[in-house]
Design a protein around this ligand. Structure first.
Ligand SMILES: [Zn+2]
Ligand SMILES: [Zn+2]
Length: 439
């Protein structure tokens, strides 16, 4: 089982009937599903812990719990809206009472969101899903858009309550906590942060192509060899990489740091790195299309015209069946230089954010819409009781790596032995800080 804060709790009972499931999760890629499974507090693997699905439902499911919720995870066989739609339709036949379906995984992100620079690993939570590639395609980009708003009044209210400073800060804090836990999970060893020095945002108009001697690229045609080559192999110009403050700050810090054995200094720097590198959460409209967006200019045009902050392919397909929220972390900038390096890490961040979102939602949703999802942990308890039941964050042992970004900085190893518990206690446990903003 995972090393999560809930691991010491007694294992909850599995749900006996598929009608008891109210929260679904859909993942398009195996790496996304592995991250979500790793974020399960309990994973029901035995045959007698699973529920039977409807006749003819050929989906593959995983069953588990996240926080206080039972969740059923559906695995897609492939990427894309059609596949997502088919899987969601099947899922609906088996799980008629699903009230919220999270589409969790990776996306391409817009470089600037409301004047904030984004970095790979930053997460978007969809308040709207827009099918930007429905309808006519124009030379300047896609124009006709099909907007899919929040599918239920509960979700709309939840977003309105979430989109205020303190709840968002709390969500960030939960994300950080789950990310630190997941980072130590034995199945997340290849999901660690690849290093900010690989986070390259190129000038939007600068295309990833053979620089000379390739007639295909020179003719502006699709060049498979170029698409499959890395920026290093193609020698994409470093001076076309845009400078971002979050990264230059870190570079300067790392430089000033050098190698030091001064603990106090190291802790201060740790904090600075965490502040800069921890994934940020953005709420907004997500573009869901049937094609992969991999063009910097078109990305910016579509983002501007449609006011979208990220690009992905499955949200709209699931939305047509369930009240859906897309929770996806950036693995690229939806341009031609995109590569797979950050995909695992982004999958882990998305899973951590989905878990944080579910926890936040439990407090944010009015009425009992979500409380009936408590399932095996008994009848819905009062909000007060539930908050008291929150487990404090486990204390880390001295010397344990607790900074997910440590080891990514040249020649130094920041982040050893820092203890986050003091910060975490403010939010977890039964301190007055818990859920204060709801009072
Ligand atoms: Zn070429
Ligand atoms: Zn490139």
């Amino acid at each position: 089982m995972s090393m999560s804060s809930h691991a010491h709790r007694p294992k909850p009972l599995p749900l006996r009937s598929r009608d008891e499931y109210t929260i679904g999760i859909v993942c398009a890629l195996k790496r996304e599903a592995i991250a979500v499974q790793s974020a399960f507090d309990h994973f029901f693997l035995k045959e007698n812990e699973k529920v039977e699905t409807a006749d003819g439902d050929e989906n593959a499911y995983s069953f588990g719990t996240m926080g206080r919720y039972h969740v059923v995870l559906a695995h897609l066989g492939d990427m894309g809206g059609l596949e997502a739609k088919g899987v969601a339709n099947n899922m609906r036949r088996s799980f008629r009472n699903i009230k919220l379906c999270l589409v969790v995984g990776i996306c391409g992100i817009v470089p600037v969101i409301e004047e904030h620079e984004t970095l790979l690993g930053d997460v978007v939570i969809s308040t709207l899903v827009k099918q930007y590639d429905r309808g006519k395609e124009y030379p300047s980009g896609f124009k006709e858009t099909n907007m899919l708003g929040p599918a239920s009044i509960q979700l709309k209210r939840a977003f309105n309550s979430l989109d205020t400073p303190q709840p968002m800060e709390y969500l960030q804090e939960l994300l950080k906590q789950h990310l630190l836990e997941l980072n130590e999970h034995k199945h997340m060893k290849t999901y660690h942060y690849p290093g900010y020095r690989f986070d390259h945002l190129y000038d939007a108009g600068y295309v990833h192509e053979h620089s000379a001697g390739c007639t295909t690229c020179a003719a502006n045609n699709y060049c498979k060899a170029a698409v499959e080559a890395s920026c290093d192999q193609l020698q994409c110009f470093a001076d076309k990489i845009l400078s971002r403050k979050r990264i230059t700050d870190l570079d300067q810090t790392a430089e000033a740091m050098g190698n030091t054995s001064d603990n106090a200094r190291r802790r201060a720097l740790d904090e600075k790195f965490n502040a800069g590198m921890l994934p940020r959460i953005y709420l907004g409209a997500v573009a869901s299309g049937n094609k992969v967006m991999k063009n910097g200019t078109m990305r910016d045009d579509v983002a501007k015209d449609n006011e979208v902050i990220a690009f992905e392919m499955e949200g709209a397909g699931v939305w047509s069946t369930f009240p859906t929220v897309v929770i996806k972390a950036a693995c690229d900038y939806a341009d031609s230089h995109k590569n797979k390096r950050f995909q695992n890490y982004a999958s882990m961040v998305a899973a951590a954010c989905a878990k944080a979102f579910l926890e936040q939602l439990q407090m944010g949703l009015p009425g009992n819409v979500m409380l009936d999802a408590v399932g095996a942990s008994g009848p819905a308890q009062s909000r007060h009781q539930r908050n008291e039941d929150r487990q404090p964050v486990p204390t880390r042992r001295e010397g344990e790596v607790s900074n997910i970004f440590s080891g990514n900085f040249t020649g130094t190893n920041f982040g050893m032995g820092q203890n986050y518990t003091s910060q975490g206690d403010m939010y977890f446990g039964s301190s007055p800080g818990s859920g204060n903003h709801r009072a």
